[in-house]
Design a protein around this ligand. Structure first.
Ligand code: ATP
Length: 355
C-alpha cells in the first residue's frame, strides 16, 4: 500500500459520475502528477484525498490509516490551491502561523517553525509584509509555507502555479521540486499542463472522463502511450493508419495511398489494421525533386514555425498537418517544397479510436 491509497473511489452528483472507481497508490516521497483535460475529475480526486469532498464509494488511506471518514484537519495533509487564498489583513508571518495557532502550538515552537518554513521558501525577509505587498510568486510561496509549516504527511497541490506568468511559473517549478525533494514530501500535483507534469514528476497519471487511462514514469507516458487519447494529450503526435506488412527489413504500415511507414512496438500479424504515432522530433524530412518517387509518405512544407530556441516545419499530408522538429542535419526547406517523411512510428496498443 502506498503513502496515499485510493481504493475504488467513485463520485457521483445525481446522474453524473465524476469518478468511476479510481485505484491509485502514491509511493512515499514520490512526486506524482494527475494530468488531464478540464472536467476529467482531477480536482475531485484530490479533494476526496484531502477530505474536502466525500466519495460516493471507496476508501482513502494516508500513511497506513483509513481516513475515509476523517475530517480534513485530522488527515495531516498540506493543501495548496490555484487561488492562494491568503488572509489579506494578516502579515506573511501570521498567514503562515495561523494553522499552528489554531492547534495551540507553544509560542517558542511556533516562532521557530514559521521562520524555518519562510526560510525554505526564501521569504523570511518579508515576514512583516501584507499579501497585497507581495508579487504573485511570493504570494504563492506564502501559500506553500503555510502548507509545509504543519509538517504534513502528504502535500496536495491543485494547479498551484497556473495563475503565474510563464517565467515565474518556471522558477516556481524548480523551487517547488527542490523543496519537495529536500523535505522528502509525498506530493500529489494536479495540472492540465503536460510539460509541467512531465518535468516535475516521478510518475504521471493521465485521467480520462473520471478514470485513469495510464499511470507511469514521464518517459513511459510520452514514448509509450497506451492509447490515442494519451498520445494526443501528452505532447504532439501525428497518426498513421494502415495495414501491417512484415518483410525482411522489419514491419511497416501500408497506407491507403500506397506509401509505407516503418513501425515498431507490435506483434500484430501481416494484414491486420494498425494505428501508429510519431512525435515531431522522431521525423526526418528529405527534399524531393518534382518527379522523384518515394516509398515513404509524401508531404508539402507549409511553413516554418519559429519558437526561439527551436522551430518546427508544418507539413501538409493531404488534408492533415504534421509538425516536424527542425534539426541542423535537415535540408533548409521552403513553403511548397515536396518532402519524403522518414520516421519509425510506434503502434498503439489500442487501435480502436482512429483519427
Ligand atoms: P479542471 O481542470 O477544469 O479543474 P478537473 O479535471 O479538475 O477540471 P473536476 O473539478 O474534478 O475536473 O470536475 C469533474 C467533473 O465533475 C466536471 O464535469 C464537473 O463539472 C463535475 N463537478 C465538479 N463539482 C461538481 C458539483 N459540486 N456538482 C456537480 N458536478 C460537479
Amino acid at each position: 500500500m502506498g503513502q496515499i491509497s485510493a481504493r475504488n473511489i467513485t463520485k457521483a452528483w445525481g446522474a453524473f459520475t465524476a469518478l468511476k472507481g479510481v485505484d491509485l497508490d502514491v509511493r512515499e516521497g514520490e512526486f506524482l502528477s494527475i494530468l488531464g483535460p478540464s472536467g476529467c475529475g482531477k480536482s475531485t480526486l484530490l479533494r476526496i484525498i484531502a477530505g474536502l469532498d466525500e466519495p460516493s464509494g471507496g476508501e482513502i488511506h494516508i500513511a497506513g490509516r483509513n481516513v475515509t471518514q476523517d475530517p480534513v484537519w485530522k488527515r495531516r495533509i498540506g493543501f495548496v490551491f490555484q487561488s492562494f487564498a491568503l488572509w489579506p489583513h494578516l502579515t506573511v508571518f501570521r498567514n503562515v502561523s495561523m494553522g499552528l495557532e489554531l492547534r495551540n502550538t507553544p509560542k517558542a515552537e511556533l516562532h521557530g517553525r514559521v521562520v524555518e518554513a519562510l526560510r525554505m521558501v526564501q521569504l523570511d525577509h518579508l515576514a512583516d509584509r501584507l499579501p497585497s505587498q507581495l508579487s504573485g510568486g511570493q504570494q504563492q510561496r506564502v501559500a506553500l509555507a503555510r502548507a509545509i509549516v504543519l509538517k504534513p504527511d502528504v502535500l496536495l497541490l491543485d494547479e498551484p502555479l497556473s495563475a503565474l506568468d510563464k517565467n515565474l511559473r518556471q522558477d516556481m517549478q524548480v523551487e517547488l521540486k527542490s523543496l519537495q525533494q529536500t523535505l522528502g514530501l509525498t506530493t500529489v500535483f494536479v495540472t492540465h499542463d503536460q510539460e509541467e507534469a512531465l518535468s516535475l514528476s516521478d510518475r504521471v497519471v493521465v485521467m480520462n472522463k473520471g478514470a485513469i487511462e495510464q499511470l507511469g514514469a514521464p518517459d513511459a507516458i510520452y514514448n509509450g502511450p497506451v492509447s490515442e487519447y494519451v498520445a494526443r494529450f501528452v505532447g504532439e503526435a501525428f497518426f498513421f493508419r494502415g495495414r501491417i506488412e512484415r518483410g525482411e527489413g522489419g514491419a511497416c504500415l501500408r497506407l491507403v495511398d500506397g506509401g509505407a511507414v516503418p513501425i515498431e512496438g507490435t506483434d500484430a500479424v501481416q494484414g491486420e489494421e494498425g494505428l501508429a504515432f510519431v512525435r515531431p522530433e522522431w521525423i526526418t524530412l528529405e527534399k524531393l525533386g518534382p518527379q522523384q518517387q518515394a516509398e515513404a509518405p509524401r508531404g508539402v512544407v507549409e511553413r516554418l514555425m519559429f519558437f526561439g530556441q527551436s522551430s518546427d516545419y508544418l507539413v501538409a499530408l493531404g488534408e492533415r498537418q504534421m509538425r516536424v522538429k527542425r534539426r541542423p542535419d535537415m535540408p533548409v526547406l521552403q513553403p511548397g517544397d515536396a518532402v519524403a517523411i522518414h520516421c519509425t512510428a510506434r503502434v498503439l496498443r489500442d487501435g480502436q479510436d482512429a483519427p
